[in-house]
Design a protein around this ligand. Structure first.
Ligand code: NAD
Length: 252
């Protein structure tokens, strides 16, 4: 049974793995046997150390994924790094907070370009590779609670993450017959840099914690099992689904 979750010999791209959830998922995929290609704007030093300590390969690519002209070269370099590509985790994402009445076009474009446009074009480039090699592929997009709820003061984030869930379904419908699984993980409220401002605000922190049935913020390690499942043969008949990993937030 455990063989179903084995990623030995597989290669995974994880975008935005220098910190937070991406780092947790890169390490988890390496623990399951995969070599990792990390795509970041900064050096993913701690992630590289953790992955190589497990005896797995780590290749770092420096790129700003908000600029889609880098997508093609990134996927080509990733394929060359270990001679193959099996898994793409579209994790890199940012958030901007401002009242919608004052929200700027820049804060809209910066977020949507990275959180949604790059997800589509990276998925397209990876899928073309899987199909050209006639091999199965796994694409895992990182959604959010704001893929299901409105939120406040984060219009471009809510729009992008709601789009990620729709895109996940659409790509699954187009590519399931080609042995490419496209699914998403919707993390709940997780303790990372992304949520530092929320956790620092005593009132918001208490409101959020009070609504999480598990009664704690999530951790990067909480995504380990779900990401390995969705990257492995164990999920071969799971297509277009968004798995909430939220301590029960959406069940409330
Ligand atoms: P984080 O800020 O710790 O990590 C974001 C990562 O993206 C970093 O590695 C950063 O270097 C990288 N990145 C940022 N801009 C980039 C760019 N232009 N090009 C390439 N890489 C870039 O945040 P996190 O909390 O770990 O978030 C990871 C993902 O999870 C994001 O998509 C985020 O929206 C999503 N998410 C987070 C939470 C949470 O509570 N933390 C909840 C739901 C969803």
């Amino acid at each position: 049974m455990l063989k179903l979750f084995d990623l030995s010999g597989k290669v995974a791209i994880v975008t935005g793995c220098s910190t937070g959830l991406g780092q947790g998922m890169a390490v988890a995929l390496a623990q399951a046997g995969a070599d990792i290609v990390g795509v970041n704007t900064s050096a993913p030093t701690a992630t590289a150390t953790a992955v190589t300590a497990l005896g797995r390969g780590f290749h770092a690519i420096r790129a700003n994924l908000a600029d889609t002209s880098c997508v093609q070269p990134v996927v080509e370099e990733a394929c060359q790094a270990f001679g193959r590509l099996d898994i793409l985790v579209n994790n890199a994402g940012i958030i901007r907070r401002e009242d919608s009445l004052n929200f700027s076009e820049k804060d809209w474009d910066d977020v949507v370009n990275l959180n949604l446009k790059a997800v589509f074009f990276l998925s397209q480039a990876a899928a073309r590779r899987f199909i050209a090699r006639d091999s199965p592929g796994k694409i895992i997009n990182i959604a959010s609670m704001l893929s299901f709820q409105g939120g406040i003061r984060v219009p471009s984030y809510t729009a992008s993450k709601s789009g990620v869930v729709g895109l996940t379904r659409l790509l699954a419908c187009e590519w399931a017959s080609k042995r490419i699984n496209v699914n998403a993980i919707a993390p709940g409220y997780m303790a990372t840099d992304n949520t530092a401002a929320l956790r620092a605000d005593e009132q918001r922190n208490a409101e959020i914690l009070g609504r999480i049935p598990a009664n704690r913020w999530g951790l990067p390690e909480d995504l380990a099992g779900p990401v390995v499942f969705l990257a492995s043969p164990a999920s071969d008949y799971v297509n277009g689904y968004t798995l909430a990993v939220d301590g029960g937030w959406l069940a409330r």
